[in-house]
Design a protein around this ligand. Structure first.
Ligand code: DAH
Length: 368
């Protein structure tokens, strides 16, 4: 019988000498393979007397253990050496100047956000922002959507695991904001009226198909002042949509609706005309070859919302609106699948993207 100790030093030397993964594999087969030398020793245990086995068993098992450990260590060091060699041969100097002009473009969502900021700046609106990770109070409660309100179920909210919290601290439950409306609350809490802001940004709902993505974009509008009426709302939206679609023949239809944070509430439709089977924004939706398309939710800010922000609703009134930015971009620039917005496909961006130098301006045309 082969002596386990001799075999150990023999095999360990072979492991050390293996200079490639293939050579190492050959040593492994020689030692531990079906016909391997260690395997043969292990098999020989079966034919021994119990006394012999008591002596030889531990020696043979120690042999197998030592060889297995050495094989694994050698394998790791060969792999590390191969990786080092590869890293050394494939270095890339990122500081070298590129020999191609940059090919990136402005994403249509960014472009539309810039257009919105430009149009509303002209009307005296500032751009406000708020966190995408919101708490329950700002996203719902302060907007007159209490705990038991059915609107909460409709929002398909992504909630975070509740943190260890004290009883009654429900308001601090964190979530991904389901709309940009909480920015209304944050703005009213942080600023004295008069207030005129838009708040564009990312919003999240657990919803996904050709017209819904779990992350999407909205823009919120808020005006708080004395003596604000629905007339101001309608004029503002009309002026905005004319500038945005760059057409004078924009016709709006305000349809009575319901949102918890506005009273009265209206959904805003914009008229389109069918041209060669395509819906083109413009013209009255009541024309023979026209129709209406919903673009916005809006209304007069609910007195409870104004009061939740510490303002006196008898003194301050306002209007608000909210609208999907992705949809606004699709309508203006003619994309038909929302999911393409978030695929990051360079060909799509080349086709629909905008030059970084083409900054939207009202005089030059916000649409580039
Ligand atoms: N937050 C609403 C939504 O996500 C949209 C909305 C409707 C916003 C009416 C408003 C508004 O400010 O007045 O569906």
């Amino acid at each position: 019988m082969t002596d386990p100790d001799l075999l150990t030093s023999d095999l360990l030397a072979a492991v050390d000498a293996a200079a490639t993964p293939e050579a190492l594999e050959a040593v492994r087969v020689r030692a531990l393979g079906k016909q391997g030398e260690v395997t043969a020793l292990l098999k020989s245990l079966g034919g021994m007397t119990p006394d012999e086995r008591q002596v030889e068993g531990p020696r043979i098992h120690a042999l197998r253990e030592a060889v297995t450990v050495a094989l694994a260590a050698r394998k790791a060091s060969l792999e590390q050496a191969a990786l080092d060699a590869r890293l050394a041969s494939e270095t890339l100097d990122l500081t070298l100047p590129v020999d191609l002009p940059p090919t990136g473009t402005i994403h249509p969502v960014s472009q539309v956000m810039d257009e919105l900021a430009e149009i509303f700046a002209d009307l005296g609106f500032a751009v406000a922002t708020g966190p995408e990770i919101e708490d329950d109070w700002h996203n719902f409660t302060a907007l007159n959507i209490p705990e038991t309100h059915p609107a909460r179920a409709m929002h398909d909210t992504f909630y975070f695991e509740p943190q260890a919290r004290t009883a009654g601290d429900e308001a601090r439950r964190m979530l991904l904001r389901t709309h940009t409306s909480p920015v209304q609350i944050r703005t009213m809490l942080a600023n004295k009226p008069p207030i005129r802001i838009i708040a564009p940004g990312r919003t999240y709902r657990s919803d996904s198909d050709a017209t819904h993505t779990p992350m999407f974009h909205q823009v919120e509008g808020l005006v708080i002042d004395r003596g604000i009426t629905l007339g101001h709302l309608k004029w503002t939206l009309e002026t905005f949509l004319k500038a945005y679609f760059e057409r004078e023949d924009i016709v709006l239809r305000l349809r009575p609706s319901y949102f918890p944070f506005t009273e009265p509430s209206a959904e805003v439709d914009v008229g389109y005309t069918l041209i060669k089977g395509k819906r083109v924004i413009g013209g009255s939706g009541d024309d023979a070859n026209g129709g209406w398309m919903e673009v916005l939710g809006s209304g007069m800010v609910h007195p409870k919302v104004i009061a939740a922000c510490g303002l006196d609703p008898a003194e301050w009134q306002g209007f608000a609106f909210g609208c999907g930015i992705d949809r606004l971009a699709m309508l203006k620039y003619g994309m038909d699948d929302l999911r393409a917005f978030f695929d990051g496909d360079v060909r799509w961006l080349k086709h629909y993207g905008f030059s970084a130098l083409d900054v939207p301006t009202l005089s030059g045309g916000v649409g580039a």
